[in-house]
Design a protein around this ligand. Structure first.
Ligand code: DGT
Ligand code: CA
Ligand code: CA
Ligand code: ZN
Length: 581
């Protein structure tokens, strides 16, 4: 059980206690402990042998210490199970619906004895929720929308969750008897921001008949919960914890490329490709590309062979959505997609000056280790009090510290630039949360929305337009404010914002955090078409978050972006000169 799981279980316990109407002081101690665990830098499981070390963490007292030891030891928490037994199993899912906090859930439970998604949805549709105290037709409608969104999102997973599973399975499968090639396909390989299930292709001589070894290794892999299906060339499993489904398919080496192509999809891309094959007198399936006339296989071992035999340039997996890529491959006009190696600097990150975990110098060192030539430090402004955002006085001190630390860092890393910037809040009326005189002294000003997500589309559009109108703003940070699988984007007129950005020379961010991926692929492609520059940032709050850049690159590739569409592929001085003048 990792820190994230422990924190989640404690938060769920707090929510369930709240529904049960327990003491608010006690409830708060569970939430505080969960926050402390999220912030902890060591795995708690490693401290459980010596519980005194657990007690040293802020916010962890005797009770929490006991809970953590219990969770790490047994994977369960008695109190959590007791509470759940009092309600319905669906209660936890209900609590995840946006617009349904523990207080509302408690009220619904006490009044109607309803505790599942279906029950609450039925009540809302019957107009029963608006009759409750402090509720109304609007709140009821919001709950209905929340339930619909939840249904749509549940059963999907963020890319970092899938990456963790791949890290677990790759060594198990690649080391299994007979395996010569292994690939992770499906929507994950296409770089989609969320993934429904994980598709794996394994090949080796004589597979699938000779594949018993890899099937055995798969079944014995860590985290396997149940076997959903097992056939001659396919095994499907469900994993413990998040319930992810994983499909493994076995094929002989001569079919590996065709299978990888087929199971990478997308379905629409495959349908288009098959019809092209038919026109050429060929037949394409997961085993190979065959000649209609005599059934002879003309390609199949590699994807390159398959595309080439269809008269197409190789199409990168991220482009395979039937969004013009097949036509472009036929006319040799595919984009030369950006790669991670093109990125020369990361210019959105936080330090201990606001809510980051590391110092300026530690972030610089981590970036230099990753081969970058520059970074920009962009801590929060004061409106984000929770993140101890900076006011003007503290920003000026921080600016001086950044300039000092840059000099110090350059002694060991000549030429490395540490730019000074800010992620300034765009206030609800569109003003920036920092005096212009201070913004004027910074190298980069990122404007982001962190509050009042509920404004109307008109108000949010006006809000962002006013922010873009501030001559100091260089970049719009995570322009949709979505949190994948948790919070919907705020609504606004995207095209009008693009008009304004284009006129003012303001760039748009692809925030590479796997919880955001914001801009999304479709919007970023629109920016490329409009000539609006993109910056890909990790928004790191910890040195290791710098590794998230790959998620942003995948989104950029899905958006058909080339290196020259992205400002932070430029050397430091050119990067600065290309920001809004
Ligand atoms: P997901 O898992 O919902 O995020 O999306 P995918 O794209 O990974 O979809 P999945 O797992 O159902 O199937 C993997 C790939 O297999 C899919 O991208 C294309 C291929 N595939 C699956 N079913 C069909 C089908 O009925 N026709 C065709 N042409 N391809 C299919
Ligand atoms: Ca899939
Ligand atoms: Ca699948
Ligand atoms: Zn932000």
């Amino acid at each position: 059980m990792d820190n994230r799981d422990i924190a989640r279980r404690l938060r769920e316990t707090a929510d369930l206690m709240e529904v049960a109407g327990e003491d608010s002081f006690r409830i708060r101690s569970y939430r505080k402990a969960a926050d402390a665990i999220d912030a902890a830098t060591v795995p708690l499981a490693s401290l459980c042998d010596d519980p005194r070390r657990l007690l040293e963490l802020p916010g962890i007292g005797k009770t929490m210490c006991g809970h953590i030891v219990e969770l790490v030891g047994s994977g369960q928490l008695g109190l959590h199970q007791e509470l759940l037994a009092r309600f319905r199993p669906g209660m936890l899912e209900l609590l995840q619906v946006s617009g349904l906090g523990p207080k509302t859930v408690a009220l619904i439970w006490q009044t109607y004895n309803a505790g599942s998604l279906d029950e609450v949805e039925a009540l809302a549709k019957a107009g029963k929720l608006r009759e409750l105290p402090r509720m109304g037709a609007k709140a009821e409608e919001k709950i209905l929308r929340g339930i619909a969104v939840h249904r749509e999102l549940s059963g999907r997973y963020r890319r970092d969750q899938i990456a963790a599973v791949i890290e677990l399975l790759r060594p198990v499968l690649s080391g299994a008897p007979g395996v010569t090639q292994l690939a992770f396909a499906g929507s994950y390989r296409r770089g989609k921001d969320t993934v429904g299930d994980l598709d794996i292709i394994a090949s080796g001589p004589g597979f699938p008949q000779q594949g018993a070894g890899v099937v055995a290794a798969f079944l014995a892999a860590p985290r396997v919960d149940t076997v959903l299906a097992q056939g001659e060339n396919k095994v499907s499993l469900r994993l413990q914890g998040d319930g992810l489904q994983v499909d493994l398919r076995l094929l002989p080496p001569e079919s590996f490329g065709a299978a990888l192509q087929y199971f990478t999809g997308s379905k629409q891309h495959n349908i288009h490709l098959r019809s092209r094959a038919q026109q050429l007198g060929l037949k394409l399936n997961e085993y190979g590309l065959l000649r209609d006339s005599d059934g002879v296989m003309i390609a199949g071992a590699t994807e390159e062979d398959v595309y080439s035999a269809l008269g197409l340039d190789y199409i990168a997996a991220e482009l395979r959505e039937d969004a013009g890529e097949i036509e472009a491959a036929a006319s040799h006009s595919l984009p030369h997609l950006i790669t991670q190696a093109d990125i020369r600097g990361d210019v959105h990150m936080h330090t201990t000056a606001s809510d980051g975990r590391a110092s300026i110098l530690e972030m610089a060192a981590a970036a230099a280790d990753r081969g970058y030539q520059y970074i920009c430090i962009t801590d929060h402004s004061q409106a984000l009090a929770m993140a101890s955002g900076l006011d003007e006085r503290r920003m000026l001190e921080h600016l001086a510290a950044i300039r000092r630390d840059e000099k110090e860092f350059q002694a060991s890393h000549p030429g490395f630039r540490v730019f000074a910037g800010i992620e300034v809040d765009i206030l609800s009326d569109g003003r920036l949360d920092m005096a212009d005189e201070v913004l004027a002294q910074l190298d980069l000003v990122i404007g982001s929305i962190h509050s009042r997500f509920d404004q109307s589309s008109e108000d949010t559009t006006a809000r962002i337009l006013r922010a873009v109108g501030n001559p100091h703003l260089d970049l719009l940070g995570h322009p949709n404010g979505r949190l994948l699988l948790r919070r919907e984007p705020y609504q606004y007129d995207f095209e009008r914002i693009l008009d304004a950005c284009q006129a003012a020379g303001v760039a748009m961010e692809i925030n590479a955090s796997p919880e955001r991926l914001d801009l999304n692929d479709v919007q970023a492609r629109r920016c490329r078409e409009r000539g609006i520059p993109i910056v890909i940032n990790t928004d790191a709050h910890h040195p290791r978050h710098l590794d998230n850049i790959g998620y942003g690159i995948a989104t950029a590739r899905r958006a058909w972006l080339e290196a020259h569409d992205v400002l932070n592929t430029l050397p430091a001085e050119l990067f600065l000169s290309r920001l809004r003048q």
